[in-house]
Design a binder for this molecule. Structure first.
Ligand code: PHE
Length: 337
């Protein structure tokens, strides 16, 4: 037995090393380690080995088994490598890879992020609110009476429940004032919905960015300075900005803001980009009523608010003639940004 084991081992190792494919290797394994394999049979002979030799023979057996297992494993990976190489034969792995088309950011995302970055530098924090709103947050709290045209079913999308798709993100300003106290300085970017006839400058959903600054000493010059700075950061420091008196139910006085657009080969023209104004005390009173406190005392609380269409800003920035391009996802258009 003592001589038999090294002989079995040597023969097995020779067969393993001679194997040229997986099949031959498996045969070699079965021949030595299988149920009727030579080493298995030899191990079965242990019961006849005299007691005093059992230890030594056992060690021999274990060593043989270990060296055969190691040889099998090494041969297995060597064969695998050969197979891998064969599979790659004829493929030039040094060729440069095919180019993957990498996407870019949508122009609305670009202009929104830029606008947010400028306003954050001025201390405005981001605020958020639901797109499905109730009449209180969209209209009543904003001093907009029941007979105001914006509340008409022709202008606003209503649900059967009486809720509606917010017509502006001013509702986020209301929600913010309900839950926080002055000073408040927030911006609320998001979608707004109106039943507009769809054409080159109108969609039924557009993207707004509204802002609100409420404290004890906010003045009209603060509003003017903030928005002038913002628009000149966005469109260039030479951009001309003008404030035109206007009316909004929730601000007094109110303005519309135009920027002068100069496109090569065209007469310069004024384009409306935003609405703004000083928060009407009636809004603070409505907020107090809803909060059930006097956190926004109309005598001492002042603030300005503004709202602009990001779609419009993007159209001005890149000279986009038709707003519908912003939602059509035509690669030929989007590729340019
Ligand atoms: N909410 C107004 C609109 O959607 C914009 C606006 C916001 C005007 C704040 C004044 C103050 O048209």
């Amino acid at each position: 037995m003592k001589d038999q084991i090294p002989a079995i081992e040597a023969e097995a190792l020779a067969r393993i090393s001679a194997a040229t494919d997986e099949r031959a290797l498996e045969d070699a394994r079965v021949a030595v380690l299988g149920k009727k394999g030579s080493l298995t049979l030899a191990a079965a002979g242990m019961k006849d080995v005299p007691k005093e030799e059992k230890g030594a023979v056992g060690q021999l057996l274990n060593a043989a088994r270990a060296s055969i297992a190691a040889a099998l494993e090494a041969k297995q990976s060597a064969l695998q490598e050969i197979a891998d190489r064969a599979a790659l034969a004829g493929i030039d792995t040094t060729l440069p890879a095919r180019e993957l088309a990498i996407g870019g950011l949508h122009p609305l995302t670009l202009i929104r992020d830029e606008a947010i970055a400028i306003l954050r530098r001025m201390g405005f924090a981001l605020a958020d609110g639901p797109e499905i709103e109730d009449e209180f947050h969209c209209f009543d709290a904003l001093n907009t009476p029941a007979d105001h045209p914006a509340r008409n079913e022709k202008d606003t999308f209503y649900f059967d429940s009486g809720k509606l798709l917010r017509t502006h993100t001013s509702s986020v300003q209301v929600r913010t004032m309900e839950s926080a106290k002055p000073p408040i300085r927030i911006i609320a970017p998001g979608s707004a919905y109106r039943r507009d006839e769809i054409d080159a400058t109108h969609l039924s959903v557009f993207n707004q960015l509204e802002g609100l600054y409420v404290a004890s000493d906010v003045s009209l010059p603060d509003l003017k300075g903030t928005l002038e700075f913002f628009l000149q950061e966005l469109f260039g420091s030479n951009t001309e900005v003008r404030f035109r008196p206007h009316f909004f139910p929730f601000t007094e006085p109110s303005f519309e803001i135009d920027v002068k657009l100069t496109v090569k080969g065209q007469e310069p023209r004024w384009i409306e980009v935003a609405g703004c104004g000083m928060v009407d005390p009636a809004v603070f009173e409505a907020i107090n009523k809803s909060r059930k406190d006097q956190a926004f005392d109309p005598e001492t609380t002042t603030g300005f608010a503004f709202g602009m269409g990001l779609d419009r800003l993007a159209m001005i920035r890149w000279g986009i003639r038709d707003i519908r391009l912003l939602i059509e996802n035509d690669i030929r258009f989007l590729k340019q940004f």
